[in-house]
Design a protein around this ligand. Structure first.
Ligand code: PMV
Length: 360
């Protein structure tokens, strides 16, 4: 599909008013997206686990206005409190999607959003937030175009979400989601995420993700700036090649449930992502001392016990601990005894692979 396929035809009757609610999950990338081209297109493909309990719930109330314009007027509330600091981001998003949902300009929207994780946790809510909002907007589109097929509904929700925040393209479907064109992956696209189309061993269907909150503060360098620094980065091309190779390398690993290979690929991805940050111009470091302490503890624990637990990182200091469900108890004891002291206020979030967005 191309961008043009997401431009709708002539609108039917526009509903006067209504209310829609969706819940969309957060996701954690195994192969990381870092670097983008104009139009929120990724410079390399990525794949992620959809999470289960870390999610955003959004309700959109829409009402037709007397004089339509190019973009909708809106108010945004976070946890019941008006959140004007989000307005710029949402306005930019509405401008970007206006060609794909021109009917939005005929509406005033009241957007109410809340996260299931504490907003001071340092966990980015842009992926789940943009996905939940896009799904609400797609429901409005379906009210106008009742023939809209389910497959297009999901693809376009991912397509719109991507225009809000790249990784949000991977926060619609459940399980494993791939985003970005890769020759060897049928149906893959830079425009939207797709359910990972190959066989996946059952061990990865219930994989656990415990998020250790090392630093709950605001990041010093935003993802937007970080992606931008990949332009002209001396190692950019090798990094993009590496991500492509890792994505292909993951296929037999996921199919066979090869945990040692999974661990080495996933940890290598996390450290390569941060290595790109450290070698940007200007350079920066998002890991904190606690992040490194945890990584070293995981390596020592794995060496001593053979438990297949590994880490990954997103663009921040928090550590995602990934492990099979059958190791839940021993890993929980390990976290309590050895890792909690590195978490800010002893906080962590328990999550696992989830089944995707849900209409509420
Ligand atoms: O979606 P963004 O622009 O916030 O970028 C997310 C980038 C990483 O989380 C670091 C990697 C990824 O693929 O999710």
């Amino acid at each position: 599909m191309t961008e043009k396929d997401f431009i709708p035809g002539k609108a039917g009757t526009l509903p006067e008013k209504g209310t829609i609610s969706w819940q969309a999950p957060s996701n954690i990338a195994l192969v990381k997206y870092w670097g983008k081209r104009p139009g929120q297109l990724p410079t390399n493909p990525s794949v992620s686990f959809t999470l289960d309990t870390s999610a955003t719930r959004t309700t959109v109330k829409y009402r037709r206005v007397a004089t339509p314009s190019g973009v909708p007027t809106f108010q945004i509330f976070l946890d019941g409190v008006e959140a004007p600091h989000f307005a710029d981001k949402i306005s930019t998003f509405f401008e970007r999607i206006s060609i794909y949902q021109p009917f939005l300009g005929a509406y005033k929207l009241e957007i109410r959003t809340e996260n299931t994780f504490p907003h001071s946790s340092g966990i980015a809510s842009s992926a789940s937030g943009m996905a939940a909002l896009s799904l609400c907007l797609m429901d409005l589109e379906r009210a106008i175009y009742p023939d809209l097929k389910e497959e297009l509904f999901k693809k376009k929700a991912s397509f719109l979400a991507r225009l809000g925040s790249g990784s949000a393209a991977r926060s619609i479907e459940g399980g494993l989601v791939e985003w970005g064109r890769q020759e060897s992956i049928p149906g893959s696209s830079d425009l939207y995420g797709i359910p990972y189309p190959f066989e996946v061993h059952s061990i990865f269907r219930s994989f656990q993700d415990t998020i250790l909150l090392v630093d709950k503060g605001e990041k010093q360098v935003s993802s937007t700036v970080g992606h931008g620094l990949m332009q002209g980065h001396p190692f950019a091309d090798s990094r993009f090649d590496q991500a492509r190779q890792h994505l292909d390398g993951l296929r037999p690993v996921l199919q066979e449930g090869d945990l040692p290979a999974f661990i080495s690929l996933v940890e290598s991805e996390a450290l390569s992502l941060h290595a790109m940050m450290m070698s940007s111009n200007p350079y920066f470091i998002l890991m904190k001392p606690g992040t490194l302490e945890i990584i070293n503890s995981i390596w020592a624990y794995r060496r001593e016990t053979g438990t297949p637990v590994c880490f990954t990182l997103d663009a921040g200091a928090n550590v995602h601990l990934l492990y099979p469900e059958e190791n839940k108890e021993v890993v929980s004891a390990f976290i309590q005894e050895e890792l909690l002291s590195y978490c800010q206020d002893g906080q962590y979030l328990k999550d696992q692979v989830g089944s995707g967005a849900l209409r509420l």
